[in-house]
Design a protein around this ligand. Sequence first.
Ligand code: TXA
Ligand code: MG
Length: 319
Amino acid sequence: MIVSADKATEILRAEGIAAIPTETVYGLAGAITSEKALKAIFETKKRPFFDPLIVHVADERQAHSLVKEWPEVYHTLAQAFWPGPLTLIAQKSPAVSDLITSGLDSVAIRCPNHPLGLQILRELKIPLAAPSANRFGKTSPTTAQHVETEFANKVAVVDGGACEIGVESTVLRATFDPQIRFWTIEILRPGGVSRESIGSALTKANYHFKFVTPKETRSSPGSLEHHYQPDSPLILVRREFTETDLKKEISQRSMIVVDRILPLELPEAPELAARRLYSQLRDLSAPGVALVFSIRPEHLTPPWEAILDRLQRASTSQI
Ligand code: TXA
Ligand code: MG
């Protein structure tokens, strides 16, 4: 059910939920002050309660109200990338519901860069918890129509057009060692803002820092091994195959009968590839179809990090 931004604001104020556009993917939003709305988000998505939600804010000032402390480095990053696809993990204030954080003592915050998403946040004056507007584990929606299909027209959706970025935000956690005045930066989920641009922004502001690989996966279940899955199996292919051999391999591995193999053809420019990725996964999925993506050397370069991450998690196997 398509609704205007004003109508969505009204629904959200009345403790309902609504799907809103952001520059990355559509989010299924609820006011952070409403337990009813938060529960409805989990129920609608069939999302397990152990997977925490991202809180969307109108601006950096609103982020301050959600945390115990907002480190200087987050101010620098917010200045450089907000509104935009960067989610920052900070120590939560007691006011933030455990439903949002799954009992963690931290909260994930970002300010989305979409005129309608921002308009709703500014008018509502309450931050919005919003995971991607898809059933748990499935491909994220990048158009209002995707959301309509996903929830059988039962959820109010604001149509903000096709998402500019097309993959989710980068989730980042920074920790400070005061003794050596050094920042450790963990990318919990690669996404819309590249590691390179984060590195440049920190270098420009004279921070001493290093990137480290996150240790535990519980801190970001969006990094679950299987996530973002389309309805048809997706197979990542690293060498040449004949069509017959490919069908045989896939039938054996995915235990489905494959009538047709469809190649996922992404544009060469990574920004365009990201924008097209989820739509292609949805549009090409059909009964009896297996999707195939050939990984080439250029896909193993930094600008492709987030896309390759999503392809890997969306895939059923790699051959
Ligand atoms: O671009 C996006 O980030 C989209 C749009 C709607 O903003 N949202 C999104 O939400 O992708 P979701 O729920 O699908 O993914 C949220 C990610 C998950 O990987 C979750 O585990 C992580 O953020 N996350 C949330 N709270 C966290 C926390 N306190 N510590 C670590 N990771 C957290
Ligand atoms: Mg998601």
